[in-house]
Write a protein of this length. Structure first.
Length: 113
């Protein structure tokens, strides 16, 4: 723009005198084209963003189902672990009872030679 203004102000042939109407016309056309291009790019970016958001939503829904399945499996495993702990507790009680019975029998029986 400075070159345009300099050439038109200093040269003998003024094809676009001081208010530089022709330069304003070119710049206005350029701004109009840039605006249209920017709007097209923004609309395209919005559609890409919407598609990505939909994809993220679908992945989140699938992950939610997977997490619920894992949580249900974890609950089942917790129940099985509790049952196994109860069985181990009973076995430990039975073992202690058998040990006490064996010790009592060992005390009551005469030593064998």
């Amino acid at each position: 723009m400075m070159i345009w203004a300099g050439i038109n102000s200093l040269s003998a042939a003024h094809w676009d005198p001081y208010p530089f109407i022709l330069l304003n016309l070119f710049l206005s056309m350029l701004a109009g084209l840039q605006g249209a291009i920017l709007l097209i790019a923004a609309k395209r970016q919005d559609s890409i963003s919407a598609a990505l958001a939909q994809h993220d939503y679908e992945i989140d829904e699938a992950a939610k189902v997977d997490i619920e399945e894992v949580f249900a499996l974890n609950q089942q495993q917790s129940i099985v672990i509790a049952e196994l702990q109860e069985i181990l507790r009973r076995l430990d009680e039975d073992r202690e009872a058998w040990i006490s019975v064996r010790e009592k029998l060992a005390e009551d029986s005469p030593p064998t030679a």
